[in-house]
Design a protein around this ligand. Structure first.
Ligand code: ADP
Ligand code: GLC
Length: 510
């Protein structure tokens, strides 16, 4: 084992990454950012990283210089053969990205659901196919991964396919798998009738593997078959092994013992840096923070709130879903606006009723609340830079990237201390002025209201504390340089686990 590890460390690992989102090609949330930035860091550390994602309809082949790699590629599913083609490009970071093109599955608007937020009925087929296609690709291009790193339920069948279908392949027989859970609330649970297409075999339809209340649960099966399982912060790893936080999967995660752990996400400092950010009207830094004011003016102008340098400005960016605490915020926001001198700028998209509520607020609080319903990268960067505070009242948060971006930009997070928010924000200490943000624990309107009030009163009454916190926040190191080693250690552990599995599973019917 030792000799094997050191050989691999010198030469670097071959790593196949399978995901349903990747920045800048297809992004709905932080998954896209993390898959891109972690892969870039691993590539920079000397590993041969290849990423596979679907070729969604909206990905502009010309803009990203996609070119054909395999045309056609046949992929055996359990009861039928699918035909697709594969395109390739190399990102600015040097990582090759393979796009699986299958018109029936991916040539439509939306990644997972239609405009009315209804999940596509054929999602189990679409993403089961993605996992199989990614592995078939390795065979067709003769790539021998040491690690197949899959993200979320959309790629969670690949670990099972490796053990059930590819255990004896030259290219894939040695590959160990790691499953990273970014959001355990989404598990990919579907009618069992899809099982024959997915090629999993009925012996896999048992409670410890894929079966969940007589349906197939993709994530659950991935947790069983992967050689290592991670989630995106240590606190969330702890929460998921409790009955409430595990969304039904706590016993299965606990059963994996030390093979399951939390690794905090990093952020990409080449994209999220107030000194170089191309979306800002002016740049600033820890040493020269003056231009943050110019960013504040720009945000106020863009969101049509009163141009006032002195007033406390709170930014909100996120998917309008229950997880993010947007219902709780909607119930509390007007009390905040009624009693505090504060402005809000809000950017998001998601559930229709929340889009409507936040979209209509500027009409009712003209000059004090600005909002934009939609996905807009420029606005998200500007909010991080131009606001005084960044609010995340999440009910649960596996990691959260935006509170880390905010700190990098000297914008103080106000958060519910759950998952990664607990791990990345240091509570303000009113007697010393230390800390990087304001945290509350209880899910209640009062807790949210009084914590925002605490931040706002600090802003007006203890300005020297705010300046000190901004400096502390900007100094925090959330880079991947720091975090990627933990993934490397996980990969070597997964390789060792896979050997043990192979030794104890010598017949086909696992
Ligand atoms: P999650 O993945 O749960 O949505 P994260 O905080 O990990 O939460 O990541 C969210 C990512 O998506 C961040 O990069 C954030 O800036 C971005 N984002 C979310 N909503 C929008 C939006 N409406 N417009 C632009 N970027 C957005
Ligand atoms: C998920 C989580 C978020 C996390 C992101 C990237 O979407 O909701 O908390 O930061 O994945 O790991």
């Amino acid at each position: 084992m030792q000799a094997h590890e050191s050989r691999k460390k010198q030469s670097g690992l071959n790593i196949l990454v399978v995901a349903s989102e990747l920045y800048p090609y297809a992004k709905i949330g932080g998954l896209a950012d993390v898959v891109a930035s972690l892969s870039a860091q691993l590539h920079a550390s000397g590993h041969d990283v290849r990423i596979v994602i679907p070729r969604y309809h909206r990905i502009d082949g010309e803009a990203y210089s996609l070119h054909p790699c395999l045309e056609p590629m046949g992929v055996w599913m359990g009861d039928t053969e699918e035909w697709c083609s594969v395109h390739i490009t190399t990102g600015d970071d040097g990582v090759p990205v393979y796009f699986i093109e299958h018109h029936l599955y991916f040539s439509r608007d939306g990644l997972y659901h239609d405009q009315a937020m209804h999940d596509f009925d054929d999602n189990p087929r679409r993403f089961g196919f993605l996992s199989r296609a990614a592995l078939q690709l390795c065979k067709d291009i003769d790539f021998e991964p040491d690690i197949v790193h899959v993200h979320d339920w959309q790629a969670a069948l690949a670990p099972a396919y490796l053990k059930l279908w590819h255990w004896n392949d030259r290219q894939l027989g040695q590959a160990a798998s790691v499953l990273t859970i970014h959001n355990i609330a989404y598990q990919g649970v579907y009618p069992k009738e899809h099982l024959p297409y997915l090629g999993l075999g009925w012996h896999n339809f048992t409670p410890e593997k894929f079966e969940s209340f007589d349906r197939i649960n993709f994530l659950k099966g991935g947790i069983y078959y992967a050689d290592g399982v991670t989630t995106v912060s240590p606190s969330f790893a702890r929460e998921t092994t409790t009955p409430f936080g595990g969304f039904g999967l706590a016993p299965y995660l606990s059963a994996r013992g030390p093979c399951f752990k939390g690794i905090l996400n990093g952020i990409d400092y080449s994209l999220w840096n107030p000194q170089t950010d191309q979306h800002l009207p002016a740049h600033y830094s820890l040493e020269q923070p003056e231009n943050k004011k110019a960013c504040k003016r720009k945000v106020q102008e863009l969101f049509d709130v009163q141009q006032d340098e002195q007033v406390a400005l709170i930014g909100v960016v996120g998917r309008f879903v229950e997880q993010k605490g947007f219902e709780l915020l909607a119930r509390t926001l007007e009390r905040i606006l009624g009693n505090m001198i504060v402005q809000f700028v809000i950017l998001g998209t998601g559930e229709r009723h929340l889009e409507q509520y936040y979209g209509d607020l500027p009409k009712r609080y003209s000059g004090r609340v600005g909002s934009f319903v939609g996905f807009d990268n420029m606005r998200s960067h500007l909010i991080q830079a131009g606001c005084d505070f960044f609010l995340m009242p999440s009910l649960f948060e596996p990691c959260g990237l935006t509170q880390m971006y905010a700190q990098r930009y000297g914008t103080l997070p106000i958060v519910r201390a759950t998952g990664g928010l607990e791990d990345t924000v240091e509570q303000y200490n009113e007697s010393t002025g230390e800390g990087t943000g304001f945290k509350f624990w209880e899910v209640s309107e009062d807790a949210l209201y009084y914590t925002v009030g605490w931040a706002i009163s600090t802003y007006y009454d203890r300005k020297e504390h705010i300046s000190r916190m901004m400096r502390e926040a900007m100094k925090r190191d959330f880079s991947w340089q720091h975090q990627a080693h933990e993934y490397e250690a996980t990969y070597y552990q997964a390789i060792a686990n896979k050997k043990k599995w192979d030794e104890s599973h010598t017949s086909y019917y696992w």
